[in-house]
Design a protein around this ligand. Structure first.
Ligand SMILES: Cc1ncc(COP(=O)(O)O)c(C=O)c1O
Length: 424
């Protein structure tokens, strides 16, 4: 696979007109990525007539699977009725009502288009509400590609072109270390908000240690700091009510995207009424967008949420069980590897690290071996299994993954690791 292919020639064309041929960095992998033509259920088909069992699933967006019928039908109906009005629609009201029914902190919701927009406006709201300038984020958590949250404290090591003002007002702390957080917040009265992925899924997959999220909540409450859960990945996935429901911790604001639209670009900021009411035109925190609440994406989100609500008792146990079986199979396949490894998993998400220690933060994830991961990735690809091409991403199960997919996946991991073991 990946030789003499249509993907190869498309990539040659793409790199002339698109920076390194891709519209988002993680889509590139050496020597060139495959090009997709269609997706159905758990599978993605390529321009080379290949089919992959997909564990990228739109980086977690496709919770129900590619082209889920109820979502597709709803979108088709809406397209017939019009794609953009830029005046309010009943669908927007219905979606915000559903958010309030499902998400505990969601007294009010505002719709936007991407995760980036959601977290950026949530941070602005938190700053305005607390009248404090600085924000805390955690090393390895990703909140979108804009200045405040790409910034490290001090010289930037992530991106050029960031504003120094944004860099100096963003404090980056290690995840899973509540003592460091408490110390920082107690000694800096200008911290207005803490933004975090409750379960970091952009540094591979990292799990919160026992009581960590409760501690973050206690510390932020005691110090009048707004807590933002960035549930762009975990929202609707870890539980219907996201990580907040799963762990029983209620933030002040939460952001959603990905699974909310099952593949359609829609996102939301939700939270406490007194904070949300500051948004313009009600309040003085300016936020606006032509496409926000566009009827097509709203219809996709309503169909997704209705499906999740109606079959909640079947969907969540099924995707968690599927993930457990796959992780069990991967651990078996890794058993006699002459290298350290660990598989982190929760709900319908998992990731394998080739590392000697448990991976509990960005430091541990970054120390894991990228070259073994890369070899496993390519061996799996040869067998028709597509996992995200980086160890610093997460694998996602959808409701459409079948028992056959699971059997094929476990068998493929065994064969892939057998091949990799021979070369160690
Ligand atoms: C946790 C989290 N927050 C925010 C974002 C940004 O979302 P988007 O890519 O829709 O702007 C992402 C994207 O992967 C994410 O994983």
């Amino acid at each position: 696979m990946l030789s003499n292919s249509n993907s190869k020639s498309l990539f040659e064309r793409a790199r002339q007109v698109i920076p390194l041929g891709v519209n988002s960095p993680v889509r590139f992998f050496d020597p060139f990525p495959f090009f997709a033509v269609s997706g159905k259920g758990s599978k993605m088909a390529t321009v080379d007539n290949e089919s992959f069992v997909d564990y990228c699933m739109g980086y977690g967006s496709l919770l129900l699977g590619h082209g889920y019928p109820a979502v597709t039908e709803s979108v088709k109906r809406q397209i017939e009725d019009g794609s953009l009005f830029c005046v309010p629609t009943e669908g927007e009201v219905r979606l915000a009502e559903l958010m309030s029914e499902i998400v505990e902190c969601a007294d009010m919701t505002r719709l936007v288009n991407t995760g980036l927009e959601a977290t950026m406006n949530a941070v602005r709201l938190a700053r305005a509400f607390t009248k404090k300038k600085k924000i805390v984020r955690f090393d390895g958590c990703y909140h979108g590609a804009y200045d405040y949250v790409l910034a490290a404290h001090g010289p930037t090591d992530i991106s050029e072109g960031l504003l120094s003002e944004a860099v100096s007002n963003t404090i980056v702390l290690p995840y899973n270390d509540s003592e460091r957080l408490e110390d920082q917040i107690k000694h800096d009265s200008d911290i207005g908000c803490v933004i975090m992925e409750p379960v970091p899924a952009n540094i591979g997959l990292v799990l919160p240690e026992r009581q960590y999220l409760n501690e973050v909540r206690r510390i932020t409450l005691q110090n009048d700091v707004v807590l933002i859960f960035d549930e762009v990945v975990t929202g609707f996935r870890l539980a219907l009510g996201g990580a907040a429901e799963f762990f029983g911790v209620k933030p002040d604001l939460a952001t959603f995207a990905k699974a909310l639209g099952n593949g359609f670009p829609i996102a939301a900021i939700a939270g406490r009424k007194e904070i949300m009411q500051q948004l313009s035109p009600n309040g003085k925190v300016y936020q606006a967008s032509t496409y926000a609440g566009n009827p097509i994406c709203v219809s996709a989100a309503i169909a997704t949420i209705k499906t999740l609500c109606d079959a909640k008792s079947e969907i969540y146990p099924k995707i968690a069980r599927t993930c457990d079986i796959i992780v069990h199979g991967i651990r078996d396949a890794l058993a006699d590897l002459k290298l350290g490894w660990t598989v982190n998993n929760i709900g319908s998400m998992f990731q394998t690290f080739f590392a000697n220690n448990k991976v509990t933060n960005a430091y541990g994830a970054n120390k894991s071996d990228p070259s073994i991961f890369r070899r496993v990735f390519f061996e799996l690809l040869k067998k028709g299994i597509f996992i995200p091409p980086s160890r610093l991403e997460t694998c996602f199960i959808s409701y459409s993954h079948s028992e056959d997919d699971v059997d094929k996946t476990i068998e493929s991991y065994h064969e892939a690791l057998r091949t990799v073991k021979l070369t160690l």
